[in-house]
Design a protein around this ligand. Structure first.
Ligand SMILES: *Cc1c(COP(=O)(O)O)cnc(C)c1O
Ligand code: SF4
Length: 346
């Protein structure tokens, strides 16, 4: 199922020396992207002023050539529909700006804090709820780290620290180690969690240094990957997830339900099965956050519920992710009531 993907873009292989070169070599202009995919110029795309096109070659290689509707391409392609202003979609849908006690730290859920350790992502996902987040005021510098660490040390109700962003694995190993070391000294922290898309869009990021760092870490490490479609899972990713697991990390996945990308039973059930094949358990299936510019990815809650009933039927319980929605001012991700019968778009 996976190896056929390798015939695409074989000319690109091994052009890059290491993951940081690959990261800075990410494609950021439409012409290059269309050239690589053998696609003609498209009318329905635009060049955004902020949060522009960004996609690493390794992710482009997983796309099917000549297919403008490829489910991976659609996740990164800036559609002109992004520029439409749609009622009910905001720039801060989760009201995160109100749970930001100090720079770079979100404390919204009782036992977990989320750190935005970097604003950088290897890929710009068009549905991202943080696309309007003010990262420049939310990237702690080395001395600002101490304020963050001080806050966590004081808040003994917190037992888990989530490294997020942006993407925490876009940090260098050195910088990441600095965070892990500082957090490692806080006695009441049991678990460090990383939310990342890097192993998927740039598998070389999972290098030997990172594996060693994880292997020797004294706290639990949980890695939550963001995989939305089974085509994102290939042999290279599986080799990397195996290494991460061998190093002691627990691997989970969260997906977002996206219109015409993964909103059908075949894709979603295959995604769960293929995740399991890669040693990853499905964790969350998110209803899209209502962020401005992403309305064209949204699906009706009633359709999400219908799909979920089908998933419950075809999958073993451990492969069914929790269907959730993030609502402002709720101290947890809200489970969708699957017994409601609503035909309205939420
Ligand atoms: C999603 C999220 C978490 C983690 O929630 P879990 O249910 O533990 O996965 C923590 N803090 C914030 C601000 C979040 O958005
Ligand atoms: S990797 Fe995550 S944070 Fe970065 S753009 Fe994609 S969804 Fe947003």
């Amino acid at each position: 199922m996976i190896s056929t993907k390798k015939i695409y873009h074989s000319a690109l292989s091994d052009d890059f020396q290491d993951w940081q070169a690959e990261l800075s070599g990410a494609v950021s202009d439409l012409d290059t992207l269309f050239d690589l995919l053998d696609l003609p110029k498209q009318a329905q795309v635009h060049t955004p002023k902020q949060f522009g096109l960004r996609v690493p070659h390794a992710f482009i290689k997983k796309m099917k050539k000549g297919d403008i509707n490829d489910p991976l391409l659609r996740q990164v392609l800036p559609d002109t529909k992004e520029t439409w202003t749609i009622g009910g979609y905001s720039t801060d849908p989760l009201d995160e700006n109100n749970h930001n006690p100090i720079k770079g730290l979100l404390h919204k859920y009782q036992s977990r804090v989320l750190l935005t350790v970097t604003g950088a992502c290897a890929v710009h996902c068009r549905y991202c709820f943080r696309q309007h987040f003010d990262y420049h005021t939310n990237q702690p510098s080395t001395h600002e780290m101490d304020a963050v660490i001080g806050y966590i040390t004081k808040h003994t109700e917190v037992d888990e620290v989530i490294l997020s962003g942006g993407d925490p694995l876009s940090l260098s190993n050195k910088r990441l180690k600095l965070w892990l070391d500082k957090i490692g000294e806080i006695a009441h922290i049991r678990t460090v969690r990383l939310h990342t898309r890097l192993p998927v869009v740039l598998p070389n990021r999972v290098d030997d240094e990172l594996i060693t760092l994880i292997r020797h870490y004294q706290k639990n490490i949980v890695i939550v990957l963001h995989i939305n479609h089974p085509n994102e899972i290939d042999d290279q990713l599986i080799a990397k997830t195996k290494q991460l697991k061998d190093a002691g990390a627990t691997l989970l996945n969260q997906s977002v339900l996206l219109a015409d990308i993964n909103d059908d039973i075949h894709t979603l059930s295959k995604l769960s099965q293929d995740l399991f094949g890669a040693g990853i358990l499905p964790y969350y299936l998110h209803i899209l956050d209502k962020v401005q510019g992403a309305a064209h990815f949204d699906i009706a809650i009633s359709d999400a519920i219908r799909l979920y009933w089908q998933l419950l039927e075809v999958l073993p319980g451990y492969l069914v992710p929790k269907l959730v929605q993030e609502l402002p001012n709720r101290p947890f991700k809200t489970p969708i009531d699957i017994y409601q019968h609503s035909n309205e778009k939420n």
